[in-house]
Design a protein around this ligand. Structure first.
Ligand code: 0GY
Length: 309
């Protein structure tokens, strides 16, 4: 099937630079997606955007280029609850990728088991209104109760302003809960202000809650341009996100994950060079110990617990 991209769609960056930061051996890119290819894995009729294709081969080439060892492939909303492209990527990873699926209440135990055998270890509940239609919370809670029996976790994606309304639901989830992109804080607000304080309270009071400290390119208001006009992280790219991510890494070093978010759906202003995104890591996790927890120990504990590292 032929698909027409959403007008203004920014394609992922070809020819990413070689990062200056060497990720530790065994590092995991714990948040990335595959899109189609649409001719093989059609985009879902209920999707809110139509992306460019971004295949498993292209994802694994990026993994090797950046120096990562493994991926966690998160089901993208453009595929709805049809997990075939993501599962196909896992099955062709030689055991080097695990996945997070989107499922409906109608999913059968056999389907869950088949996804588990392929490497799926979680489901994603998305509350970002521009991305998905509303699903009742009782349906999501029922799904969480079922997937818990496989030892899976729940990934949640929401905007910071919606956390108060979602708090009771999130804190009742029976599994490990992984928040995408620090709950999308408004980084033009103070890092010590009430909005980010609520997110820190969420993590502080609930030891089952983890956070991805990913997506500076998505959260930043100041953007990728460094102070000297060059794309040089040391002189200021995405500088407004640093205090937020740094704080979460420092406060919860054993419950943080990092991912590229390749192929970066729905960016409007610029498409990041993935090599530069990797160079962002030491800005938010300044020591070798923090980097090892963020990139190796934590994702391995969550996605490959059976492997000794
Ligand atoms: C992300 C962010 C976004 C999109 C999706 O599945 C998706 O469509 O997650 C977004 O548009 O903010 O994490 O990939």
């Amino acid at each position: 099937m032929q698909f027409e991209k959403t007008p203004g769609w920014l394609d992922w960056y070809t020819g990413p630079s070689q990062p200056r930061f060497d990720v530790p051996a065994g590092a995991v890119d714990a948040h990335c997606h595959v899109f189609g290819p649409g001719a093989e894995f059609p985009y879902a009729p209920e999707r809110k955007y139509t992306p460019c294709d971004a295949s498993k081969h292209q994802l694994y080439a990026l993994r090797d280029h950046l120096g990562f060892a493994r991926n966690v492939v998160v089901q993208a909303t453009c595929h709805g609850a049809d997990n075939r492209a993501m599962v196909d990527a896992l099955l062709h990873s030689g055991g080097k990728a695990r996945g997070v699926a989107t499922v409906k209440r109608s999913v059968t135990d056999e389907e869950i088991q088949a996804m588990h055998d392929a490497g799926v270890r979680g489901v994603r509940f998305n509350f970002v209104k521009r991305l998905v239609d509303f699903t009742p919370k009782d349906e999501l809670m029922e799904i969480a109760g079922r997937i818990a029996k496989w030892g899976w976790h729940v990934v949640i994606y929401f905007e910071a302003v919606d956390l108060p309304e979602l708090w009771d639901f999130f804190t009742a989830l029976p599994t490990t809960v992984v928040v995408d992109h620090m709950g999308r804080p408004d980084v033009s607000l103070p890092v010590d202000g009430p909005q980010f304080a609520l997110f820190q309270k969420f993590m502080l009071e609930h030891s089952n809650v983890w956070s991805k400290v990913s997506c500076p390119e998505r959260l930043s208001v100041t953007g990728p341009k460094a102070l000297n006009g060059e794309k040089d992280l040391e002189s200021g790219a995405y500088k407004d996100v640093i205090p937020f991510a740094q704080r979460i890494v420092a406060q919860f070093p054993d419950r943080v994950l990092w991912g590229t978010d390749w192929p970066h759906p729905n960016l409007k202003d610029h498409m990041p060079d993935d090599g530069l995104l990797v160079d962002f890591i030491p800005r938010i996790a300044p020591t070798a110990e923090l980097q090892r927890k963020l990139l190796v120990e934590n994702p391995m504990r969550l996605y490959w617990p059976e492997e000794k590292i």
